[in-house]
Design a protein around this ligand. Structure first.
Ligand code: BTN
Length: 326
């Protein structure tokens, strides 16, 4: 949406009731037919704008889409999420973001979709991505840090998701499952897939892909035992645009602090206080073996600290963690 249409939308939002056509003309130095053109553009994007002769225009409904025009009005960031491209349908926002990143778009650029036809999860799993209900988005980062620090980004993103979801839905107890899931009541509500393109000593870009189950009130059978949504857990629907802006608003200061620092210190208290695993006996599956122990902490570098059965402590840097069933 162009800048002027966006500004008129903001004025309509702020107006208490009708905003006269004359006022819009004066404020934006435009003719009545230009105003009419912008109102038409808003209607095309799903905004309901009532027009009454002698009174003016009134915004009566906004589309529930995580699109640029909706997200911008809640955004408080300088660069993260400022440039957002929305697709009604995409194969995967991570795939789109990769193409955009390769073409040189700046850090903070993001892409969201109403639906994904090939949503991807970690370990080549599928991410269920139906239309009209959930959040699917990818953020492009260009962190000027050593490649060794890149694996900390999923934890940073998890801390930001935690902060934004907890602020938006304070009645739910969101838990962070190392390295990058958010759970409610033991079921997954958000997944994070980070992908990067790098050379030996520099990361060209990192894509942070996030899926949040928001208003999906009937979980598909295949995932109903392991997944939930905000709507199922809290019993009401949420604005996806507000949630997306809230994530960007949470992420930017954490990311800036991380870039300036050396490790995950700015988010360690959140990661540990709201951990799903800490204090529990867990198993971590790695490529060809499995570790078992009690999760006792997270290191500043983002490793999961395990106390093994023989009392030895191990720092685990990657893998899939599960609660131990024995
Ligand atoms: C996982 O838990 O396995 C990670 C899931 C990540 C899903 C998101 S949805 C937006 C982005 N696009 C994708 O194809 N995947 C990520």
């Amino acid at each position: 949406m162009n800048d002027l249409t966006l500004q008129i939308l903001q004025r309509l939002r702020q107006a208490d009731g009708f905003l006269s056509g004359g006022e819009i003309c004066r404020e934006f130095s435009m003719t009545r037919s230009a105003v009419w053109k912008h109102i038409g553009l808003l209607r095309e994007q799903g905004y309901l704008v009532e027009a009454v002769t002698g009174r003016g225009y009134r915004l009566t409904a906004t589309p529930d889409l995580p699109c640029d025009a909706e997200v911008q009005s809640f955004l408080e960031t300088r660069r993260i999420g400022r440039d957002l491209t929305f697709h009604e349908t995409a194969v995967s926002t991570n795939l789109l973001a990769k193409v955009m990143a390769r073409s040189g778009v700046p850090e903070g650029t993001a892409v969201s979709a109403d639906e994904q036809t090939g949503g991807r999860g970690r370990m080549l799993r599928r991410w269920v991505s139906p239309a009209g209900v959930n959040l699917y988005f990818s953020l492009i980062l260009r962190p000027a840090v050593s490649p060794g620090r890149i694996p900390q980004i999923p934890l940073l993103a998890a801390a930001a998701v935690h902060r934004s979801l907890s602020a938006s839905v304070p009645e739910l107890d969101f838990r962070i499952k190392w390295p990058n899931d958010i759970l409610v009541g033991g079921k997954k509500i958000c997944g994070i897939l980070c992908e990067m393109e790098s050379e030996a000593d520099i990361a060209h870009f990192v894509i942070v892909g996030i899926g949040i189950n928001v208003n999906l009130c009937e979980m598909p059978e295949e995932i109903s035992d392991i997944a939930t949504s905000l709507c199922l857990a809290a019993g009401r629907r949420y604005s996806r645009a507000r949630l997306l802006a809230s994530f960007f608003n949470s992420f930017e200061p954490l990311y800036d602090a991380w870039l300036e620092g050396e490790d995950l210190a700015p988010v360690l208290p959140v990661l540990e206080t709201h951990s799903y695993l800490l204090g529990r006996t867990i198993e971590v599956e790695q490529f060809n073996h499995r570790l078992r122990g009690i999760a006792v902490g997270i290191s500043p570098a983002g490793e999961l600290l395990l106390e093994m059965d023989n009392g030895e402590r191990k720092a685990v840097s990657s893998g899939e963690a599960h609660l131990s069933v024995e």
